[in-house]
Design a binder for this molecule. Structure first.
Ligand code: PBE
Length: 266
């Protein structure tokens, strides 16, 4: 059967990303729920995973990766999510903005912009693809902000400028979050903030905002992917709601891989 073959061909190994990502714990769960006892997931990073994906596709070899949208890999390659009949990876996810307690009083201008911030998968995809094509991260985000004045002004209209106040953003170096964090940093800089951006592991990103060490992040995937982190830290920070709706996570294969469901890995 197809799954048996692919298992042998790729040594029952799913190519994962950083160990702290929610999709990694969801994938551990998937192995249990679907009875994939022979399978394991390698931990690496988003960039290492996409590198392996690129190599496999070049050689038309089978591969199974932990994948998500928005992500440039779907515009670069013909890929498909494996069906997840047990809904281990949940339904659609939204990406939320979280800020530290007290931000609304202490930095009302930033708070308002972050609260207003909302864009689409397509918007984020433009920055991600530009970075993927070799543009510097900050530069790619700058160009998007300049080319999308109408949308950006919906977030900043009526917000007063500030004079070089420092604000710190935290994120994880997933391609999606590199795009969003660089983008919102420019928007905050344009109204006068001095912005620092620190890449952290997922749990430290939540912890930094919960302790007030960082001011904000735009990288919380809910209701499922970061549920455990929101349980740990959510009470100590403020959820400003979704900045992007309709994200998705799961197991992803190139179209030419002849299986359709996680069950086919059994
Ligand atoms: N992701 C991208 C993250 C959230 C953003 C799906 C890899 C995660 O799994 O935690």
């Amino acid at each position: 059967e197809a799954g048996g073959n692919i298992g042998e061909e790729i040594e029952y190994t799913i190519t994962g990303i950083d160990a702290g990502a929610g999709i990694m714990s969801a994938s551990d769960e998937a192995l249990e729920v679907y009875g994939l006892d022979d399978w394991s997931i390698t931990a690496s990073s988003d960039s290492a995973m996409t590198q392996e994906l690129a190599t496999a596709i070049e050689n038309e070899e089978p591969i199974v990766v932990t994948g998500w949208t928005p992500h440039w890999k779907f515009s670069e390659y013909d890929l498909k999510f494996l069906d997840d009949p047990e809904t281990v990876y949940g339904e659609a996810e939204d990406i939320h903005t979280f800020v530290r307690d007290g931000l609304s009083d202490e930095m009302p201008e930033a708070y308002e912009v972050l609260d207003n911030f909302e864009w689409s998968e397509e918007d984020m995809g433009e920055i991600m693809s530009s970075i993927q094509e070799g543009t510097d991260e900050s530069e790619a985000a700058r160009t998007w902000v300049d080319e999308n004045e109408d949308l950006v002004s919906e977030w900043t209209d009526g917000v007063e400028e500030v004079d070089g106040e420092e604000i710190s953003l935290v994120f994880v170096a997933w391609d999606s979050e590199i795009a969003s964090t660089n983008m919102i940093a420019h928007v905050l800089e344009d109204i006068g903030y001095e912005v620092t951006m620190d890449p952290l592991e997922a749990n430290f990103m939540f912890q930094a905002v919960a302790t007030g060490e960082a001011d904000a992040m735009v990288a919380a995937w809910l209701p499922l992917t970061h549920e455990h982190l929101v349980e740990d830290y959510g009470d100590d920070m403020e959820d400003l709601g979704a900045n992007l709706e309709g994200a998705r996570t799961g197991l992803v294969v190139p179209e030419y891989v002849d299986i359709d469901s996680i069950e086919d890995l059994q």
